[in-house]
Ligand binder design. Structure first.
Ligand SMILES: Nc1nc2c(c(=O)[nH]1)N[C@H]1C(S)=C(S)[C@@H](COP(=O)(O)OP(=O)(O)OC[C@H]3O[C@@H](n4cnc5c(=O)[nH]c(N)nc54)[C@H](O)[C@@H]3O)O[C@H]1N2
Ligand SMILES: Nc1nc2c(c(=O)[nH]1)N[C@H]1C(S)=C(S)[C@@H](COP(=O)(O)OP(=O)(O)OC[C@H]3O[C@@H](n4cnc5c(=O)[nH]c(N)nc54)[C@H](O)[C@@H]3O)O[C@H]1N2
Ligand SMILES: [Mo]
Length: 807
C-alpha cells in the first residue's frame, strides 16, 4: 500500500497486544496459527479487554470471543463499510486526531467520482485504472488545498462520508450474512474501547479485494485515533517463519530491499528513477548500489544503476503469474527454495503443467517434497517428462546461524545449535558456492548482461558468515570501511559515502550485534522491551507514535505513554524511540508535527490519493522533468475500499449488479464456475497440526497420527441435505477439478442467508499432497487462481463448489 513502511507488518508488536482494551480479530485464527499472539491477547483479556471475532467458522480463537459473528467469506468490506458509516453518522470519530493527523481536510480533485461500482479513470480494455483523477486539488505551490472544515463538499472527509452512506447495517447484513444488530453491536463495542487493536492474516488478504480490506481497517483506525498508540494499530500476523525478513529483503516483485521501488524498464538512468519515485529514495538506492557493487558503483557511472535488473510493470510476475509464464515456456530453469508450489498454488494444474516445460528444476528443501517429485505424481508418466530435477538437501533452522525478522519488525539473531545433517547445507552456503562457480564461468565476459555478476561485491568469507550479511544490511562508511554505528550516522552521511543493503536495517549491527540483544527489562511496563533485539526502523517499537501525543507533544493516554516532548531539554524523549524526522524539532515545528512522516502529506490517509510531494511550482529551466520528494502509495483498484463480490460468488453485487466483481481482479484460472452448478462457498484454512503445504509436518508420525487426512467441514443442515454423516467420503468439485475427502459435520459452520437466499460455507484445510508419510488429496486442485490486482495474492479463501456423497 505504501512504497515505504508497512507492507504488511505490525504497526505495534506481539507484546503490545496486552495494552489493548478491545480487539477486532477478523481474518485471523491466531489461537491456532499464531499462539504467541494469543498469549498477549489473553493478558489483555485478564485485564478486561473485549474480543470480537469475525470468521466464517467458529474457531478456537472464536471460543475466546465476547462477540462472534459468522461471515460469508469475502464480504468483510460490506460490514466494515457499515461500521465506517456508523462512526461518521454518530460522530464517534476522534475529532482532534482526524483533523491533525489525517488527510480529512485536504480537497479531492473535482474529477474524482464513483459511479455504478467504477471509480473515475477506468479503462475497460485493459481492466486498469488511470489514477490522475484520484489526486488532490493543488495550489500554485503544488501542495494540496486544505478545506476550512470537514463539511466542505470537496474534502476527503466528505468524500468518505458520501461513499459509505450507501453501507447501512441492513445492506451489510444482506451481503455478509451477519445480522444487522450484530454488526451494530460490533461497532458499538469496538468504537467504545480505546485503544483498540485490529489483527488480521489470510482471512482478509486472500481475496481479489484483499488490499482494500486492509485499507478499510486503516480508515477505521484513523477515524478512531487508534494508530500510533500502545494497544492500538493494525497488526498483520505474518505467516512463514521469517516471511517478514524475506519481504524486507525484497521477496516481492515490485521492491528492492527496504521497500525501495524496483527500477522498471523505462528507468534508463538514476535520474529517471528519481523522477518516478522522488528524491527521498536517492540516498537509499545509492547506498544499496554501493552495498551490492562496492567500488564499481561511482558517481560517474550513476552508481552502477545500469547494473540493476529492471522489471516490466506490465508483467508484474507475482507467484501465480510466474507459473503462468513458465507454462508458456518463458523459463528454462526454476530454482525452488523453501516452497512447495505444487501443493500451495491455487488451481494447481497450472503448476503441474508449468514444471514439465522447464529444462531444469532445482529444489532446495529438507524433504523430497511434492514439487521435487512432480514427475512421479500418480497419473504422470516419468518417461514423458523432459525436466531434469536436482535436489539440494537444506539445513534446518537449528543448524544455521542468522537473523529472522518477526511481524513486530524485530530482527532477532540466533546461533546454530546443531551441525547440519548429512550432506545438507545452509541455503546461504549453497548460494555462495553457486555464485562463486557462476562468476568463474563468466570470467572475462564482455557481455553487458554479465556485468552485474562480474562487478558484484561478494565477500562473505571463505566459510560464509551470516553475520557478514547482516553487517552489509546494516551498512558501512565506504570511505573507511568501518560499520556505521547508527541509522542516524547513515542518514547524515553524504550520498555515495555510505552503503546499506537494506536501509531500514541500518544500525542493526553498528554497535555490536543488536539483533542478538536479550535484555528483557521493560521499565515502562508497556511491553516495549527496547533492549531485546532490534526493531526496524531505528528500534522504533510502535510505528507512527508521534500520533500518541497532542499538539503540544504530550501523551494523550496517561496510562500508556510512548513518547513526549521534553521542553526543558528541547528533545523528544520517551519509553519508545520516536518515529520522527528529527528528535530535536519540537511539536510546533513542521517536522515535529508529522505523525505519518513516510506519507508525502505527513498525515494518515483516509483517502488514498495520488500525490507527489516537493514538486517545484515552476517547471525546471533545463526542460527535464522535475524531481519531487516522495510519492504517495496508492491502491491500483481505487482510492476508497468498495465492496465487490468474490470472483466466484453465489449472488450478484447488490450495490452495483453490473459491476459485481472487482473490475481489476486478475483472473488466471480459465474455468470459472457459476452458482447453478456449484452452489456452495468453499473456504480453505490451516490446521494446528500441519504447517502450510505440509512438507515437514506430514513427515512427522505423531502429527500424522492426530491429523491424518484432509476433510470437508460442513454444517449439519448441509449434511442432512446431501445425506451424509460424519466420516462418510464426499466428492467436492469446482469448475477446475474434484477431490474426494472425508466429511466432518460440525456446529462450527452454520447455514445462513445471503440476500434472502440460503447459503452454505464448506471449510477445507489445504496441507496435503501425494508424497510424504501421510499423503492426501490437495485442496488446491479445486481452488481458483484469481488475484488481488495490487498484491497478487490469490483468492484462496473463496470459490464455488458442489459436494456430494462419494459412491
Ligand atoms: N499450525 C500452523 N500455524 C501456521 C500455519 C500453518 O499452516 N499451521 N501457517 C502459517 C502461515 S504461512 C500463515 S500465512 C498464517 C496464517 O494464519 P491465518 O490467517 O490465521 O490462517 P487461516 O487458517 O488460513 O485463516 C484464518 C481465518 O480466516 C478465516 N476466513 C476465511 N475467509 C474469511 C473472510 O472472508 N473473512 C474473515 N473475516 N475471515 C475469513 C478462516 O476461516 C480462518 O479461520 O499462519 C502461520 N501459522
Ligand atoms: N488453498 C490454500 N492455499 C494456500 C494458502 C491457503 O490459505 N489456502 N496459504 C498460502 C500461504 S499463506 C502460504 S505462505 C503458502 C505456503 O506455500 P509454500 O511456501 O509453497 O509451502 P511451505 O509448506 O511453507 O513450504 C516451505 C518449504 O520449505 C522447506 N524448508 C523449511 N526450512 C527450510 C530451509 O531452511 N531451507 C530450505 N531450502 N527449505 C526449508 C519446508 O520443508 C517446506 O517444504 O501457501 C499458500 N497456499
Ligand atoms: Mo503464509
Amino acid at each position: 500500500m505504501s512504497p515505504s513502511f508497512g507492507r504488511g507488518a505490525m504497526t505495534n508488536s506481539w507484546s503490545d497486544l496486552k495494552n489493548a482494551e478491545v480487539f477486532l480479530i477478523a481474518g485471523s485464527n491466531c489461537a491456532e496459527n499464531h499462539p504467541i499472539a494469543m498469549k498477549w491477547i489473553n493478558r489483555a483479556k485478564e485485564n478486561g479487554a473485549k474480543i470480537i471475532v469475525v470468521d466464517p467458522r467458529f474457531t478456537r480463537t472464536a471460543s475466546k470471543a465476547d462477540i462472534f459473528a459468522q461471515i460469508r467469506p469475502g464480504t468483510d468490506i460490506a460490514y466494515l463499510g457499515a461500521i465506517i458509516n456508523y462512526i461518521i453518522e454518530q460522530k464517534l470519530y476522534d475529532q482532534k486526531y482526524v483533523l491533525n493527523y489525517t488527510n480529512a481536510l485536504l480537497k479531492v480533485s473535482t474529477d474524482y467520482k464513483l459511479e455504478d461500482g467504477l471509480f473515475s479513470g477506468y479503462d475497460a480494455k485493459t481492466r486498469k485504472y488511470g489514477t490522475a483523477s484520484w489526486g488532490y486539488q493543488l495550489g500554485p505551490d503544488k501542495k494540496p488545498l486544505k478545506a476550512e472544515s470537514i463539511e466542505d463538499p470537496d474534502s476527503v472527509f466528505s468524500k468518505l462520508k458520501a461513499h459509505y452512506s450507501r453501507y447501512t447495517f441492513d445492506t451489510a447484513e444482506k451481503i455478509s450474512g451477519i445480522p444487522a444488530a450484530k454488526i451494530k453491536e460490533i461497532a458499538d463495542v469496538f468504537c467504545k474501547g480505546k485503544p483498540a487493536s485490529i489483527l488480521y492474516a489470510l482471512g482478509m488478504t486472500q481475496h481479489t479485494t484483499g488490499v482494500q480490506g486492509i485499507r478499510a481497517y486503516a480508515i477505521i483506525q484513523l477515524l478512531l485515533g487508534n494508530i500510533g498508540k500502545a494497544g492500538g494499530g493494525i497488526n498483520a500476523l505474518r505467516g512463514e517463519p521469517n516471511v517478514q525478513g524475506s519481504t524486507d529483503m525484497a521477496n516481492l516483485v515490485s521492491n528492492l530491499p527496504g521497500y525501495l521501488p524496483h527500477p522498471i524498464n523505462t528507468d534508463k538512468t538514476l535520474r529517471d528513477y528519481l523522477v518516478r519515485n522522488g528524491s527521498f529514495f536517492e540516498k537509499h538506492i545509492v547506498a544499496q548500489l554501493k552495498a551490492w557493487f562496492g567500488e564499481n558503483a561511482t558517481k560517474d557511472n550513476d552508481y552502477g544503476f545500469s547494473l540493476l535488473p529492471k522489471t516490466n510493470p506490465a508483467v508484474n510476475a507475482t507467484m501465480v503469474k510466474l507459473f503462468e509464464m513458465m507454462n508458456k515456456e518463458q523459463f528454462k530453469l526454476l530454482f525452488n527454495v523453501g516452497s512447495n508450489s505444487l501443493v500451495s498454488i491455487p488451481d494447481r494444474q497450472l503448476v503441474r503443467s508449468a514444471l514439465t516445460k522447464l529444462d531444469m528444476l532445482v529444489v532446495s528443501d529438507l524433504f523430497e517434497i511434492e514439487t521435487a517429485q512432480f514427475w512421479r505424481e500418480p497419473g504422470v508418466n516419468p518417461a514423458d517428462i523432459k525436466t531434469e530435477v536436482i535436489m539440494f538437501p537444506a539445513a534446518f533452522v537449528y543448524e544455521k546461524a542468522g537473523s529472522m525478522s518477526n511481524s513486530s519488525r524485530w530482527i532477532q539473531w540466533k546461533d546454530a545449535a546443531l551441525e547440519p545433517l548429512g550432506e545438507s547445507l545452509p541455503d546461504l552456503d549453497m548460494l555462495d558456492h553457486l555464485f562463486k562457480k557462476i562468476r568463474k564461468l563468466y570470467a572475462g565476459s564482455t557481455d553487458v548482461k554479465d556485468a552485474p555478476i562480474l562487478k558484484a561485491r561478494w565477500d562473505y568469507g571463505e566459510h560464509t558468515s551470516a553475520l557478514k550479511v547482516l553487517q552489509e544490511l546494516s551498512g558501512y562508511d565506504e570511505t573507511t570501511g568501518k560499520l556505521l554505528p547508527t541509522i542516524g550516522d547513515y542518514l547524515k552521511a553524504p550520498i555515495g559515502t555510505a552503503s546499506t543493503g537494506c536501509w531500514i536495517y541500518a544500525g542493526v549491527t553498528g554497535n555490536g550485534n543488536l539483533a542478538a540483544r536479550r535484555n528483557n527489562a521493560d521499565p515502562s511496563g508497556l511491553g516495549l522491551f527496547k533492549d531485546w533485539s532490534f526493531a526496524w526502523p531505528g528500534n522504533v517499537r510502535i510505528l507512527y507514535n508521534r500520533a500518541s501525543c497532542d499538539e503540544a507533544g504530550q501523551p494523550v493516554d496517561a496510562k500508556r505513554k510512548l513518547i513526549w516532548w521534553d521542553e526543558a531539554a528541547k528533545v523528544w524523549a520517551g519509553n519508545d524511540g520516536g518515529d520522527l524526522v528529527d528528535k530535536t524539532k519540537g511539536p510546533d515545528t513542521p517536522e515535529g508535527k508529522l505523525s505519518f512522516r513516510m506519507n508525502p502529506e505527513g498525515v494518515g490517509r483516509l483517502f488514498a490519493a495520488t500525490y507527489m510531494s516537493g514538486l517545484p511550482a515552476e517547471a525546471p529551466a533545463d526542460g527535464l522533468p522535475a524531481i519531487g520528494i516522495r510519492p504517495a502509495g496508492i491502491c491500483v483498484d481505487g482510492p476508497l475500499p468498495e465492496f465487490y463480490e468474490p470472483t466466484e460468488s453465489p449472488t450478484t453485487n447488490i450495490l452495483h449488479p453490473e459491476v459485481s466483481i472487482s473490475p481489476c481482479a486478475l483472473v488466471v484460472s480459465t474455468q470459472i464456475g457459476k452458482s447453478d452448478k456449484f452452489p456452495h462457498v468453499l473456504t480453505t484454512y490451516g490446521v494446528v497440526e500441519h504447517f502450510c503445504a505440509g512438507g515437514i509436518t506430514r513427515n512427522i508420525p505423531w502429527l500424522n497420527e492426530i491429523m491424518p487426512e484432509p476433510f470437508a467441514e460442513i454444517s449439519k443442515n448441509l449434511a442432512a441435505k446431501i445425506k451424509v454423516v460424519e466420516g462418510d467420503m464426499v466428492e467436492v468439485s469446482s469448475a477446475r477439478g474434484k477431490i474426494t475427502v472425508r466429511a466432518l459435520v460440525t456446529d462450527r459452520l452454520q447455514s445462513y442467508k445471503v440476500n434472502g437466499k440460503d447459503t452454505e460455507t464448506i471449510g477445507m484445510p489445504w496441507s496435503w499432497g501425494f508424497a510424504s508419510l501421510s499423503p492426501g488429496p490437495s485442496t488446491n486442485e479445486i481452488t481458483i487462481a484469481a488475484l488481488d490486482p495490487g498484491a497478487g495474492t490469490p483468492e484462496y479463501k473463496v470459490c464455488l463448489v458442489d459436494i456430494r456423497r462419494a459412491n
